[in-house]
Design a protein around this ligand. Structure first.
Ligand SMILES: Nc1nc2c(c(CN[C@H]3C=C[C@H](O)[C@@H]3O)cn2[C@@H]2O[C@H](COP(=O)(O)O)[C@@H](O)[C@H]2O)c(=O)[nH]1
Length: 306
């Protein structure tokens, strides 16, 4: 995760379309430093949890598919989470590694009870197959074995997932430099930590190493809160709901500057109050705030990473 931090900082310092506003960070931190809203994991009541290894299988499949909902106006992350939860409650074998390798698009739709093709459905199915195949090949079919192999280190968990599962390798090249963002691998570690409340499978000695999860909600929130400033061209693209290509400077800056800005917020909170906050906690607060404001306009990129 040091690479995520370092490469995001590099993007922020070479950025052409997005500016991280230090004054904006100071103002926001001043207004929230003593009262950062604590948001409970699964505050929405949409997730499967049984306190055992099946929860990890659910979370891993969830985060393998946790991207790109916006092309369907009615589809949200909640539909994916609660759809997978209900499917698992009905049949405990739905996420067995051998079954994951065989799903078709229509079967995935049926699992989620979604009446029409999902956005990037072929990619979702391909990634389910990839997860099933590699779980079987290297982890005895079980996501719990990935977590157990990481010796209570969230950083090791993220790197193990990125090493074994190509679909989680959320990185890109920006102005000639490789940039690591690892949104879905990090969110899996955070989901495990959140679901198990930092105990058992969720105990990580280095949970502070996780950064925020650079999706399409958090940048929009940071802009609304005055932390990110967009060029007028980028602002018009987002307001006009025009698509931004994956891997473009604009897209990488939106994501990397969000990571960098929240790391700066975290440092400032620590400096001013002496209190350690986790980027995961800041992420969940910002994300929940964004989700509760449906009028917030976010950038639109067709991506399998977020
Ligand atoms: N940064 C960040 N992004 C997050 C999440 C979560 C859910 N986290 C769970 C963890 C605890 C809670 O109980 C949540 O259920 C989803 N997303 C992203 O949002 C987008 C979906 O938006 P919309 O199309 O409007 O549904 C999509 O890119 C999705 O990947 C998060 O926590 N942080």
């Amino acid at each position: 995760m040091e690479e995520v931090r370092a490469t995001s900082a590099w993007v922020a310092s070479h950025s052409s379309h997005v500016t991280v506003d230090s004054e904006g960070i100071e103002k926001l931190v001043e207004s929230v430093e003593n009262s950062i809203p604590k948001v409970e994991w699964n505050y929405e009541g949409i997730h499967y949890f049984d306190n055992g290894p099946l929860t990890l299988q659910y979370l891993f499949v969830l985060d393998a598919l946790n991207f790109c909902f916006w092309p369907d106006k009615e589809l949200n992350y909640d539909d994916l989470a609660s759809g997978l939860k209900e499917a698992l409650e009905k049949d405990q074998t739905v996420f067995d590694a051998d079954r994951l390798q065989k799903y078709t698009g229509p079967e995935l739709r049926e699992l989620l009870k979604w009446p029409r093709p999902l956005p990037l459905e072929d990619e979702r199915v391909r990634l389910m197959h990839e997860v099933g195949f590699e779980l079987e090949r290297s982890f005895g079919g079980k996501a719990s074995n990935i977590v157990e192999s990481c010796g209570k280190s969230a950083a090791k968990l993220v790197s193990t997932i990125a090493r074994h599962f190509p679909g989680f390798r959320d990185h890109t090249v920006y102005k000639g430099h490789q940039v690591f963002l690892y949104k879905r691998a990090q969110i899996f570690a955070a989901d495990v930590w959140g679901a198990f409340k930092g105990k058992g499978y969720g105990e990580f000695s280095d949970v502070g190493s996780i950064t925020i999860f650079a999706d399409y909600i958090v940048p929009a929130v940071l802009q609304q809160l005055g932390v990110l400033i967009y060029s007028s061209n980028l602002d018009n693209i987002i307001k006009g709901n025009k698509e931004i290509g994956s891997g473009t400077e604009e897209e990488v800056e939106l994501r990397a500057c969000s990571i960098y800005a929240v790391e700066k917020m975290r440092d400032l909170i620590q400096k001013r109050t002496g209190k350690q906050v986790l980027s995961v906690e800041l992420d969940l607060w910002l994300w929940a705030y964004g989700i509760s404001n449906p009028s917030l306009q976010h950038h639109r990129t067709l991506s399998i990473y977020y």
